[in-house]
Design a protein around this ligand. Sequence first.
Ligand code: PMP
Length: 290
Amino acid sequence: MSLKIYINGKLLDKNEARISVFDHGLLYGDGVFEGIRSYDGLIFKLTEHLIRLYESAKSIGLSIPISLPELTQAIIRTLKANQLKDAYIRLIVTRGVGDLGLDPAKCPNPTIIIIADKIALYPEEYYKNGLELITVSTRRNIQEAVSPQIKSLNYLNNILAKIEATNSGAMEAIMLNRDGYIVECSGVNIFVIKKEQILTPPCFLGALKGITRDTIIELARKEEMEVREEIMTRHDLFNSDESFLTGTAAEIIPVVKVDGRTIGNGKPGKITARLLKRFRELTKTEGVRY
Ligand code: PMP
């Protein structure tokens, strides 16, 4: 069975699912998106993802032409049409078709796209052995230019960071803000554990307010662990006991080396493992059923 893609209310065969070359999503990266996951027929944190999508859209002056409940139904329809129980859902809203100029006022109809596919899991060895990170020289976007809270279709800031990491043989890139503080990685948030305190950079430094990040903060507090947002430098990270990354696709991935420095004892930490276990339990019980 060929994958069915949702475009503006229609479910189209993967090979027939096309958008115009005049769509400003393509021409200018003018649009917003979300990456969502479903686990065994439960869409995890759907409302949180949709709220973030509508907020990103509002921030760029893009009015999504359907309501949040309608978008929920469209996602469920796409999942059902593809008979997917465990899926990665890519939801995209572009400015729509316009002319070759920048002017968004010439794009009257936003394009809504939903792609639901099998989740491409990260190899299990990363969860078992941990990742190595490298700090890159590409700084995180400053909010005075494009707010890092907007999950926009223009991901060049993150892509440039990823290229630098790959060129240096690392899986992920640590991005600093313009003042040199740790912010996040190319597409995941970062946590540091020191003396059983769980620390993560505050979003105002330039990190996306990740939904997995929020979930981990909540889970850790339920476990009566101390969690704080903290302004941190590379020095703090080098001298941490544990570190891990969070994201919808990645879930929770331990970090064992940063810029050649071993984190803790060089093996994924106990607190990280406990949080990953709790997180996976949560995905089995919570979500929008379809
Ligand atoms: N930071 C960036 C830049 C991201 O693009 C993402 C999502 N891919 C995240 C962090 C993680 O956010 P979430 O947990 O909501 O997937």
